[in-house]
Design a protein around this ligand. Structure first.
Ligand code: DQQ
Length: 500
């Protein structure tokens, strides 16, 4: 049933059955990429979470592996929640949150050399309780790294009445941990939960790394380096979105410089986790959660999409810039190009001749001040008025000031005739020097990943009609410098091994 769902992505990783959420233990080990993920094979709902596992040699095609961790009597009896993989002098080691009742505590499992079988330590949990005397909102998820001869660990949390935080610990052996203190504490009184950059009452899935040159805990050798603290701002209300601070991590603290939105799709690119691969690239995965109801997920038989792996680099303005790994391009088929041309306000959209629901689009455009470009996707015309009945629209808008600023917006309001799905607008600021924008769009059935000058906007859409046209429309003057489109091949042919 799930496999036949036309909304199920075909070139993104999805779990073989049931439910998927956060990426875990993302890594490259002796050449092979490993993707673990929060998994419930029993159905498309979040319950008694296990660690699914898949491997890849190219970051494009994935082979399902047996479940790595599943709940057992003890501190993870109610779920093996998010965590990381580290290399302990050659021994693959997982640090994750074991859930028992309403509480999560840090647990460790060591792996066989092929990373396929895992043994939980008998002394789990390795940290018996959250820091004493602190009124916390929650306590879970891990970032673990080696600094000189010691291990350091962050556990995501929040201090009631103050804000999200990450508690710092140290260890010599990954088994006994000493509490150092909060790395730093956010301020939940700043702004309002509805703000797209509200930092939340708890930080899930903290991920600390150095972007640019050098590595964590070292003195940067050039100006082209910043430490980055990624977290998923959480609140027991509706707020869920990934943010990051740039700044400087040194000693036992983090001095923040700037707060940034990680993805303009907010909750649709959640709980990201990154690693450095053997080629030195920082690669990030995130969970593309659903925008349909719990009942619709259960009915579909599957839920949750893993993002395409993203190369994460430091831009000249000190923020992060993202692009899908170039390996993805090997799925491109049936190229369609359009000649460079000037698009002027014509009212009616220009057909591109491209259609499909598995697409990779790459455009270079230049907008005059005040101009707008609309790229329509997954469109269907009703054949009478020729107006689209369903369409997902990506909008680039340049300010009238000519200051090289603009907006990226995803208009989903007409994306589906299904009244029960999420169709909120998503948008964010887009610097466009001289009005120029490099736009990359990956459409995979219900998953849309947009990268505009390196700023990502990820969301889900649920079209009900079979129409799939791609169109372009302009307001003011927009120069189309290049337009290339491809159909994308599927990554999972045939039946998948379910490893009961
Ligand atoms: N999901 C996991 C947690 C994490 C949250 C549980 C983020 O570990 O805090 O499945 O989506």
């Amino acid at each position: 049933r799930a496999a036949a769902d036309p909304l199920r992505p075909r070139f993104h990783f999805v779990s073989p059955a049931g439910w998927l959420n956060d990426p875990n233990g993302v890594s490259q080990w002796n050449g092979t990429y490993h993707l673990f993920y929060q998994y419930n094979p029993e159905g498309a709902f979040h319950h008694r979470i296990q660690w699914g596992h898949a491997t890849s040699t190219d970051l494009v095609h994935w082979t399902d592996q047996p479940v790595a961790l599943e709940p057992s009597a003890g501190p993870d009896a109610d779920g093996c929640w998010s965590g990381v993989l580290v290399n302990d002098a050659g021994t693959p080691t997982l640090v994750y949150s074991g859930r028992l009742g309403e509480q999560e505590l840090p647990c460790v499992a060591v792996g066989s050399a092929d990373l396929l079988s895992w043994s939980k330590l008998p002394q789990n949990p390795v940290i018996a309780a959250p820091p004493a005397g602190v009124d916390i909102t929650a306590y879970r998820d891990h970032c673990v790294w080696r600094e000189g001869s010691i291990w350091r660990q962050l556990v995501g949390s929040g201090i009631r009445g103050r804000g999200g935080t990450a508690f710092l610990y140290e260890s010599e052996d990954l088994r006994s941990w000493e509490y150092v203190g909060p790395l730093f504490i956010g301020d939940a009184s700043q702004g309002d939960p509805a703000d797209t950059d509200w930092t939340g009452t708890m930080w899930e899935c903290v991920d600390l790394f150095r972007a640019g040159e050098g590595s964590l805990g070292t003195v940067p050798t050039s100006g082209h380096a910043t430490d980055v603290l990624v977290f998923s701002a959480w609140d027991d209300g509706d707020t869920r979105h990934p943010l990051y601070w740039t700044g400087r991590y040194s000693g036992d603290s983090f001095e923040p410089a700037g707060l940034h939105r990680l993805d303009y799709g907010g909750r649709f690119f959640y709980a990201p986790q990154s690693f450095q691969d053997e080629a030195g690239r920082r690669i990030m995965f995130g969970w593309l959660q659903e925008g349909r109801s719990d009942a619709a997920m259960v009915e579909a038989g599957w839920a949750g999409v893993m993002s395409l792996p993203r190369v994460t680099t430091l831009a000249d303005d000190g923020t992060l810039r993202f692009a899908p790994v170039p390996e993805i391009e090997k799925l491109r088929r049936d190229h369609v190009g359009l000649p460079g041309q000037e698009l002027v306000a014509t009212g009616a959209p220009v057909a591109t001749g491209v259609s499909g629901s598995q697409l990779d689009l790459e455009l270079d455009v230049q907008l005059e001040p005040g101009a707008v470009l609309r790229l329509g996707l997954l469109g269907s015309a009703d054949g009478v008025s020729n107006k689209s009945k369903e369409e997902t629209v990506i909008e680039l808008r340049r300010t009238t000031e000519g200051d090289g600023q603009g907006t990226l917006r995803l208009d989903r309001t007409q994306s589906s005739l299904d009244p029960t799905v999420d169709v909120d607008d998503k948008s964010g600021p887009l610097p466009m020097p001289d009005g120029r924008v490099h736009l990359r769009v990956l459409v995979d059935r219900s998953a849309v990943e947009i990268f505009a000058n390196g700023k990502p906007l990820t969301a889900r859409v649920y079209p009900t009609l079979a129409g799939e046209n791609v169109s372009l429309a302009a307001e003011g003057t927009v120069r189309l410098l290049s337009f290339d489109a491809w159909t994308m091949a599927e990554i999972f042919g045939g039946a998948r091994n379910l490893f009961p």
